[in-house]
Design a binder for this molecule. Structure first.
Ligand code: SF4
Ligand code: SF4
Length: 378
């Protein structure tokens, strides 16, 4: 299959961290501010909007309709949304999500449609419920122009999905300079697998959910030493945008200032010079030198845990805190990826510690994670 788009402006507007305010104790998307952000984005020549059923408690798709679809000619922008089968109660429920997304966004058709968040045991669900065939039919019917998937897993898992489903048009991957050589995220390896299959890549989390603008001082000094004018976000965005085969780079923007800064960074993105690329290598080395829980995400522990505790995810949240001091991002990672196996459900049987090749004191670390990320202890 071939992606129908080859040349999209390199910044995509992610509708997952929109500005909100409180009304009667409830969080409400600040739609007037979002409209202003959308206008600044479109005025600068950018056209790609990314949403999903699960964002903002199910309100993101409707916000996209109000701020974009109802205000601009349909062919002047692209809409991407996603089907999260793992949120559904049944195959029928999962299928119904497609029509719901069509009505919520009002988009008429999707330029890009994704099976959302493949990886680990989530991947199987999409196969078991026949969703690949279901979405291929929607594409055949003209309701999807390009079909792909996002995945949060390692390169081997990506290879398996692509071998089983070679007819995809694109993939969406976590790519950022901090995780480029990471043993847990495998940014580079995943990117290389996608490219080996000839697929364009849409980049998610280029700024690691905002963590890469919260670098330790030593890392900030390296980047400002090379270019005192460049924002920390611009380094991360340019790294991702300059990779061959990257269709666009998503940023979940929350303020008008972020939109302005990001469109400046990617209006005419220059590839990184050797000096700049080397500066990012130095930043990676600084981050690698910060003590963290030494989990390599090998997942041996997952196979033996009687409680299905999401052990590596909980440890990854602890590490986001240690590396970037980024409480919001650590919590977000925990809420998205560990809620179906929270650290607090650990019964301290110790089986996982017996199989962990890194000899991590998992029970103690999970107690720390539960205290930091769950319930009243937050
Ligand atoms: S100690 Fe906790 S996390 Fe480890 S295997 Fe037992 S229940 Fe699972
Ligand atoms: S076995 Fe140890 S290193 Fe492997 S994922 Fe579990 S905690 Fe991490």
């Amino acid at each position: 299959m071939t992606c129908t788009y080859t040349d999209i402006p390199k910044l995509g507007f992610g509708f997952m961290r929109l500005p909100e305010y409180e009304r009667d104790g409830e969080k409400v998307i600040d739609i007037e501010l979002v409209k202003g952000m959308v206008d600044a984005f479109m005025d600068a020549g950018f056209t790609y909007f990314d949403t999903a059923r699960g964002y903002h408690g199910g309100k993101s798709e409707a916000a996209l309709r109000e701020a974009v679809v109802e205000r601009y000619p349909r062919e002047s922008f692209q809409v991407a949304t996603k089907l999260p089968a793992w949120m559904a109660k049944s195959a029928d429920h999962a299928r119904a999500m497609f029509d719901k997304s069509l009505s919520q966004t009002g988009a008429g058709y999707f330029d890009f449609f994704l099976l959302h968040n493949l990886g680990e045991d989530r991947t199987k669900l999409f196969d078991d419920w026949g969703l690949w065939d279901f979405l291929a039919e929607k594409k055949e019917a003209g309701l999807i122009r390009n079909l792909g998937f996002s995945i949060h897993d390692k390169a081997d898992a990506l290879e398996e999905v692509l071998a089983a489903h070679p007819a995809v048009d694109f993939v969406q991957l976590q790519v950022n300079y901090a995780d480029w050589e990471s043993e847990t995220i495998e940014s580079r390896k995943c990117y290389e697998v996608a490219r080996a299959h000839g697929l364009p890549v849409i980049v998610m989390e280029p700024v690691k959910g905002g963590s890469l603008v919260k670098l330790p001082d030593a890392a900030v000094d390296v980047l400002y030493g090379v270019n005192p004018e460049a924002s920390l976000a611009s380094w991360a965005l340019r790294f991702a945008a300059s990779l061959p085969g990257v269709l666009t780079v998503l940023s979940g923007m929350s303020t008008l200032e972020q939109v302005r800064e990001n469109v400046r960074a990617l209006a005419a993105p220059e590839p990184l010079s050797d000096v700049e690329a080397n500066a990012l290598v130095q930043v990676r080395a600084i981050l690698n030198g910060i003590p963290t829980v030494p989990c390599t995400d090998c997942r041996y522990c997952l196979k033996s845990c009687p409680q299905d505790v999401r052990i590596p995810t909980a440890l990854a949240s602890l590490n986001i805190l240690a590396l970037y001091g980024d409480e919001h991002r650590a919590q977000e990672n925990y809420d998205w990826n560990a809620s179906d196996g929270p650290a607090s459900s650990c019964i301290a049987c110790g089986i996982c510690e017996g199989v962990c090749p890194q000899h991590i004191a998992i029970v103690d670390e999970l107690a720390r994670a539960a205290e930091l990320f769950e319930g009243d202890a937050r």
